[in-house]
Design a protein around this ligand. Structure first.
Ligand code: C5P
Length: 237
């Protein structure tokens, strides 16, 4: 039974990940021999503040998910089927949370190198402020461009790359999703939807290693990172 004040994580894995150029959906592509989603679930399972983990999977991925053999992980909840857009997948995950879950950490399965201590920090910030995300300073100067022309160069010291987990009071994220749906707005992360409510989202600086596996070279870099950090043999199974 989940207690009041429980923090649950949604692990978003319902995207196809076409930029990775693999036949398998991205979450099931192996990294050091194990599916990306498995790495992500293992990382989150080791965060003491997280009491429940809800995988959000593609409609046609149920047998792939079951084949991961994750049954023995006590925090793991039954998987939920996601939707066409990332936002729909978040909505499906939220709808499946037990009513007494008050905080939700939304995490991309594709950010499988996330540091558990960074997850703890972003949960603490959300509990203090209502909404928080992990983010990293950018290396490049960022340009806003439209139709091939620069329209703005925001000061680099103010630019951050948004990561996950992004952690919210559940009622706040529900309200943000409802407003976005009512207005036909689709965002690329969840914090953006909460920002549109006029709520301040607190920034917690994360590690550069928390990158999203997106392109083929990201997989090779992640394998090298695991080797260098001696994490190849970890696992909950
Ligand atoms: O497409 P993008 O890389 O931004 O997706 C980030 C995360 O959201 C991935 O882990 C992906 O599986 C998930 N996602 C989802 N449902 C979708 C689209 C993306 O769960 N419809």
């Amino acid at each position: 039974m989940l207690r009041a004040m429980t923090v649950a994580a949604l692990v978003l894995a319902a995207g196809r990940g076409e930029r990775l150029g693999q036949a398998l959906p991205k979450a099931y592509v192996p990294l050091a021999g194990r599916a990306l989603i498995l790495h992500s679930i293992e990382k989150l399972a080791s965060v003491p503040e997280l009491e429940a983990i809800v995988p959000v999977i593609g409609a046609s991925d149920r047998s792939r998910f079951d084949a991961l053999g994750l049954g023995a992980q006590p925090k793991l909840q039954p998987p939920v089927v996601g939707g066409a857009e990332r936002q729909d997948s978040v909505g499906a995950g939220l709808a499946a949370l037990p009513p007494d879950v008050q905080w939700v950490a939304v995490h991309d399965a594709a950010r499988c190198l996330v540091a558990p201590e960074a997850v703890s920090r972003v949960i603490a910030a959300a509990k203090a402020h209502g909404a928080a995300l992990l983010a990293a300073p950018v290396r490049d100067t960022i340009k806003r461009a439209r139709e091939g022309r620069v329209v703005e160069t925001p000061p680099r010291e103010e630019c951050l790359a948004a990561q996950t987990p992004q952690v919210f009071r559940v009622d706040l994220l529900r309200e943000a999703l409802a407003k976005a749906a009512a207005e036909g707005f689709t965002g690329t992360d969840d914090a953006q939807l909460v920002e549109r409510l006029g709520v301040a989202v607190h920034v917690v600086l994360g590690d550069a290693s928390n990158w999203k596996i997106t392109l083929p070279q990201d997989l090779a870099a992640a394998e090298a990172w695991l080797r260098e950090n001696g994490e190849e043999g970890d696992g909950i199974g």
